[in-house]
Design a protein around this ligand. Structure first.
Ligand code: SF4
Ligand code: SF4
Length: 195
């Protein structure tokens, strides 16, 4: 690759590259427009046109392997499985897990998280917390992408109750419910903006 000072004057104007870029965009635009029109009349179905999803009204369902939002897993009695050992918070490279430990009534457990919060604005969704946990207390198997809209930083902090609720919802086996819950936040925000 050449350095900027090695480029000629005409190359440094980038006009040729701008024109080439516009040509590519134009070609794609007119091709897709034409295909969508003829598809309406039942023709050209063997040629696929690009589709833009009208998110959040419509969305794709992510695969089971998608590393989605966190959840705290539950014991059979519905209590949190986490023992507040801090291994996840120690492993987290973004330092976005905040735990406050309390003394558990069960002497076999010793501790439980009085407070467990993940700052999802700082999280990089690396999965290190899941890897570090010795008792399978935190997972990212929700197939729901993180929240991306809010009014303040605190909107993006997921607390213990929210993380446990995801596990309860998943017990019904319906991941679409989780996605709907996440998207309802967008719809509420839209209504708020419209009013
Ligand atoms: S996914 Fe990575 S960055 Fe996010 S909370 Fe877990 S360890 Fe931290
Ligand atoms: S989620 Fe797992 S690693 Fe993190 S504090 Fe709880 S038990 Fe420890």
């Amino acid at each position: 690759m050449r350095r900027p000072e090695e480029l000629s004057f005409s190359e440094r104007l980038y006009i040729r590259e701008v024109v080439r870029g516009l040509a590519v965009t134009g070609r794609r635009f007119w091709r897709n427009l034409w295909l969508h029109i003829i598809h309406q009349f039942g023709a050209g179905k063997d040629e696929e046109a690009a589709v833009t999803l009208q998110y959040p009204e419509s969305y794709i369902t992510y695969g089971r392997e998608y590393r989605g939002s966190h959840r705290l897993t539950l014991k059979d009695d519905g209590s949190v499985r986490c023992t507040a050992c801090f291994l996840c918070a120690t492993a987290c490279p973004a330092r976005c897990i905040h735990i406050e430990a309390g003394e558990a009534e069960d002497p076999m457990v010793e501790k439980y998280p009085v407070r467990y919060e993940i700052d999802t604005l700082r999280c990089i969704y690396c999965g290190m917390c899941v890897e570090a946990c010795p008792c399978d207390a935190i997972r990212m198997d929700t197939s729901v992408h993180p929240k991306v809209a809010g009014y303040s930083r605190t909107d993006f902090i997921e607390d213990k109750q929210a993380l446990m609720q995801r596990s309860r919802t998943m017990e019904t086996g319906d991941i679409d419910v989780l996605m709907e819950e996440m998207l309802s936040g967008y719809r509420r925000a839209e209504e708020h903006t419209d009013n």
